[in-house]
Design a protein around this ligand. Structure first.
Ligand code: ADP
Ligand code: ADP
Ligand code: ZN
Length: 214
């Protein structure tokens, strides 16, 4: 399946993508994770992306499209993918459609996770990350041992952009540049809406059920 996860920062895209990727056996592609891995590795892409990410802005479209095109050419994407955090602008969505069109493929469903701004601020300020890609929340989804990843036992960290000021900027950018994508995909009949305030497992079940019924 070729899926996109849409929703504001903190809606639960990464959390759902991890489970969906395991269940549906398709790769989870997070542009945010790719940027963070590059920042950690000190690559030229990481250096460029860092200034945008730390200020809550979007990385330029041409840079982002290139990394997605590159990742899509990997063999594991033949079975499909779950895009998490991409596309985030109308030009990205248009270029993505073109890119898939050339491969005779298209997006099959867009999973839109809805959560309002007040809940997001609480979510992101309690978020804890692991470099293996797993995400936790100090109250809602804590690890078994405080500060350590359940999967790989690494120390958890707080993202530099999960500060209240940066969160507000990211939300503003979401409303201006990303939320128009709901309409874009609605017109193509691809949107499936989910209430992101329900417990994690409930939302996962609802997403899997609605994909089965498609
Ligand atoms: P996104 O990828 O959309 O930015 P995440 O999946 O990283 O969002 O989730 C943001 C934070 O909220 C994390 O700390 C995560 O553990 C927590 N979270 C995710 N889904 C839920 C949920 N349904 N209920 C409560 N907390 C959640
Ligand atoms: P969240 O789900 O919490 O918003 P992500 O991990 O998806 O965070 O993204 C973190 C940051 O990486 C974004 O705020 C943005 O700066 C950058 N980024 C990720 N995906 C994209 C994209 N598709 N286009 C532009 N910038 C992106
Ligand atoms: Zn881990």
């Amino acid at each position: 399946m070729r899926l996109i996860l849409l929703g504001p920062p903190g809606a639960g895209k990464g959390t759902q993508a991890t489970v969906l990727s395991e269940t549906l056996k398709i790769p989870h592609i997070s542009t945010g994770d790719i940027f963070r891995a590059n920042i950690k590795g000190g690559t030229p892409l990481g250096l460029l992306a860092k200034s945008y990410i730390d200020s809550g802005k979007l990385v330029p479209d041409d840079v982002t499209i290139d990394i997605v095109a590159n990742r899509l050419s990997d063999e594991d994407c033949a079975s499909g993918f779950i895009m998490d955090g991409f596309p985030r602008t109308i030009p990205q969505a248009q270029m993505f459609d073109e890119m898939l069109g050339k491969l005779d493929r298209k997006v099959e469903a867009v999973i839109n996770i809805i959560a309002d701004d007040s809940i997001i601020i609480k979510r992101l300020s309690g978020r804890r990350m692991c470099s293996c890609g797993k995400t936790y929340h100090i109250a809602n989804n804590p690890p078994k041992v405080e500060g350590k990843c359940d999967v790989c036992n690494s120390s958890l960290y707080i993202r530099d952009d999960d500060k209240e000021e940066t969160i507000k900027e990211r939300l503003k950018i979401y409303h201006e540049q990303t939320s128009p994508l709901v309409d874009y995909y609605q017109k193509k009949g691809l949107i499936l809406n989910f209430d992101g305030t329900k417990p994690i497992e409930v939302t996962t079940r609802e997403i899997l059920d609605s994909l089965n019924n498609k």
